[in-house]
Design a protein around this ligand. Structure first.
Ligand SMILES: [Zn+2]
Length: 399
């Protein structure tokens, strides 16, 4: 169709979208326990006329560490017009604090009436955007290109659903849109990468009052290493020339008694940077600092401690070219509903990190979430509805 002659329809049943998000938020579904929310979505799709054979659950739980109640939910909507396949996605799980939530609409806001729970707008608002787009296309009998709906499990505990997705079930989408965020004008085109660091220190036990010189204190080794990292600028905010990153020692476990020279310590830390080479340098600085500290502390008879060092890439960073079509299409959809698109880059991991690593460049969009992962969480309903409008435009292939 020629430009200017086409009026893009942005109307949809807003009351139904609000009802749907309330219904989705009331269903408990922390990570690894997404079975009930999968059932609810499946029921809605079947009622709308989706063929049961187009709704599948993948086998990701066979590979996800610790398994899970249910795999990723993947839905195929065969195209009713030509165009590259589009994928719309939103993770299913919520953080544990949202279990038991009683969502209530109050003007422009949805909150949980139970003040001891979060709301689960992260990410049931995203799920409601994707589902609303699909249900509206079907209800309006609106022509659309082939669509994949992708509802990954276990995002909150390590992006597991997206990481271990049975990728061929996604049917090679060319344009991928993920909803998980607040401001519907934001287009997240990149995110950082993150290493999980695990360190075990083995010292030597001895009586702390009788023969402390015979022991090697694992806590002292860790302290020396952490202070080395801090003094040399490798802990916290890291700025070396034009390279940037962050690292944090988050968990330390050691010791059972004060009268024993502590023989064992385990520690968990993380290292982030958008720059993969620099991120590895941070990890290397950690390894060196702990090995050096272990060597430097000796017992009276010349023994030293041992360090076991492990670094696991939780997710790789990515950065989409603003000129890529998935980015420009997301921008035009946002402009179409009267908002100003803002390209941004995140400092946390997203399912989009793994989607992009699988070869499906994905932008992440907002859907009204606010104060997520806290008992104060709420949903900005007008932003949520704008998210739905954008989702419907993107699904229809009209932008
Ligand atoms: Zn989320």
């Amino acid at each position: 169709m020629s430009e200017g002659s086409m009026k893009i329809e942005t109307e949809f049943d807003q009351a139904a979208a609000v009802k749907l998000v309330l219904e989705l938020m009331a269903v408990p579904g922390r990570s690894k326990q997404e079975g009930r929310v999968v059932e609810l979505i499946r029921t809605k799709l079947l009622e709308a006329g989706v063929a049961p054979s187009n709704i599948t659950i993948d086998k990701s739980t066979h590979e996800i560490p610790g398994g899970g109640e249910v795999g990723n939910l993947i839905v195929n909507l065969p195209g009713t017009k030509k165009g590259p396949r589009r994928l719309l996605m939103a993770h299913l799980d919520t953080v544990p604090i949202c279990v038991g939530c009683q969502p209530k609409l109050d003007g422009d806001v949805i909150r949980s009436t139970d003040q001891s729970t979060g709301l689960g707008g992260d990410n049931r608002a995203g799920v409601a955007v994707v589902l609303t787009a699909a249900l509206e296309l079907l209800r309006q009998k609106r022509p659309h290109p082939p669509i994949t709906l992708f509802f990954p499990v276990q995002e909150e505990i390590g992006l597991y659903g997206a990481r271990y997705v049975t990728a061929n079930k996604l049917r090679s989408p060319e344009l991928c849109f993920n909803w998980d965020g607040g401001d519907p004008g934001n287009v997240i085109i990149g995110a950082t990468g993150d290493y999980a660091i695990e360190i075990e220190i083995e010292g030597l036990a001895s009586h702390a009052g009788v023969h402390p010189e015979r022991g090697i204190n694992a806590i002292v080794i860790a302290s020396l290493a952490i202070s080395d990292l801090t003094q040399n600028g490798w802990h916290g905010l890291i700025e070396k020339g034009k390279h940037r990153g962050t690292s944090n020692v988050g968990i330390v476990n050691a010791g059972e008694a004060t009268n024993v020279v502590t023989p064992k310590l385990s520690l968990k830390a993380e290292a982030r940077s958008h720059d993969p080479a620099f991120r590895k340098k941070i990890v290397e600085a950690y390894r060196k600092a702990f090995v050096k500290a272990a060597k430097s502390l000796k017992s009276a008879d010349g023994k030293s401690g041992r360090v076991t060092f492990n670094a696991d890439l939780k997710y790789e960073s990515f950065r989409l070219d603003p000129k890529e079509s998935v980015v420009s299409i997301a921008r035009s959809a946002i402009e179409q509903v009267g908002l100003t698109p803002e390209l941004c880059v995140g400092n946390g991991g997203l399912d989009a990190n793994w989607m992009t690593a699988h070869g499906f460049p994905t932008v992440t969009l907002g859907c009204g979430q606010r104060d997520i992962h806290t008992v104060k969480e709420w949903l900005h309903v007008p932003n949520f509805l704008q998210g739905c409008q954008i989702g419907l435009l993107l699904a229809s292939g009209e932008v």
